[in-house]
Design a binder for this molecule. Structure first.
Ligand code: ATP
Ligand code: MG
Length: 269
């Protein structure tokens, strides 16, 4: 089943185009990673799917909704179906692990019980299951500001799962984690993908992990898709093409020619 369809999609900020004319279709149950050099629009594309960057051209359908023309209430309902894991975790630091994960269930709970953090027996059982999935159950009552980065990342994933999303958007979910925590976090996402059938779209900088965990890799460069396929088909020349950085090269050349105190300029004097 098709969940996301971008056609000639251009996204950006103000009048600056960042994602340029992208065609992309994502189906339910895929574990897709977006790779590419820094600044090419990976986060912008993820945030576009979450309807937080403006569409400058083309069209984008997410879970059957046309993001370009979506209205306020429909947008709220759409976002409730998307679990977003931000790079900075976005946890409430003074709340416990349990309460942070439970905040993912907010849209499914009556307002008063949400406000007073009152959970039914069934909800406790459900929360315990999510904590076990991410292996954080022994820290249930710990405040989030007392957790390590890897533990926080796992709480953020559990919160996204508690939301019962159809799609998880994870922006560099393993950046700044040690290799063991990084692996645990990716295994957790894979588990959510296989166990609950949640589609996962993750921005990754680590090719080895993309190869090991993902069913599909999209390579982005300068806002355009330059690779879309199975990770096993990523050969060296394709990787080189994805990571070729024309912008940086151009900037480098500009610096050499115009920076008045560059070694080249100094020796010419
Ligand atoms: N809020 C914003 N306002 C204006 N420009 C932005 C904004 N966010 C990002 N950009 C610009 O859009 C471009 C792409 O940024 P984006 O964060 O999508 O890149 P990225 O591929 O995720 O990079 P990284 O790998 O470093 O996270 C960059 O040139 C960036 O400066
Ligand atoms: Mg980014």
């Amino acid at each position: 089943m098709e969940q996301i369809r971008a056609e000639g999609l251009t996204l950006g900020y103000g009048c600056k185009e960042v994602v340029k004319g992208v065609d992309l279709t994502i189906r339910k149950g895929e574990f897709l990673s977006i790779i590419g050099p820094s600044g090419v629009g990976k986060s912008t594309l993820l945030m576009g799917i979450n309807a937080t960057t403006s569409i400058m051209g083309g069209s984008l359908k997410v879970l059957g909704k046309d993001v370009g023309s979506i209205r306020h209430n429909d947008l709220k309902a759409l976002r409730a179906r998307l679990g977003v894991i931000f790079q900075g975790f976005n946890l409430v630091s003074r709340l416990s692990v349990l309460d942070n994960i439970a905040s993912g269930m907010l849209h499914r709970k009556p307002l008063l019980s949400a406000l007073f953090k009152h959970y039914t027996h069934l909800q406790y059982e459900e929360l315990y299951e999510y904590m076990k999935v991410v292996g954080i159950e022994n820290e249930a009552l710990s405040r989030c500001d007392r957790l390590s980065g890897g533990q926080k990342q796992r709480v953020a994933i559990a919160r996204a799962i508690a939301q019962h999303p159809e799609v998880i958007l994870a922006d560099e979910p393993i950046s700044s984690l040690d290799p063991v925590s990084a692996r645990t976090v990716l295994e957790t996402l894979k588990n959510a993908n296989e166990r609950y059938g949640i589609t996962v779209i993750a921005n990754l900088h680590q090719l080895d992990y993309a190869r090991e965990f993902c069913s599909r890799v999209v390579g982005l460069n300068a806002g355009r898709i330059v690779y879309d396929g199975h990770p096993s088909k990523l050969c060296q020349s394709t990787v080189a093409e994805i990571y070729a950085c024309p912008t940086a090269k151009a900037q480098q050349e500009r610096k050499v020619h115009h920076f008045p105190f560059s070694p080249a300029a100094a020796s010419a004097v």
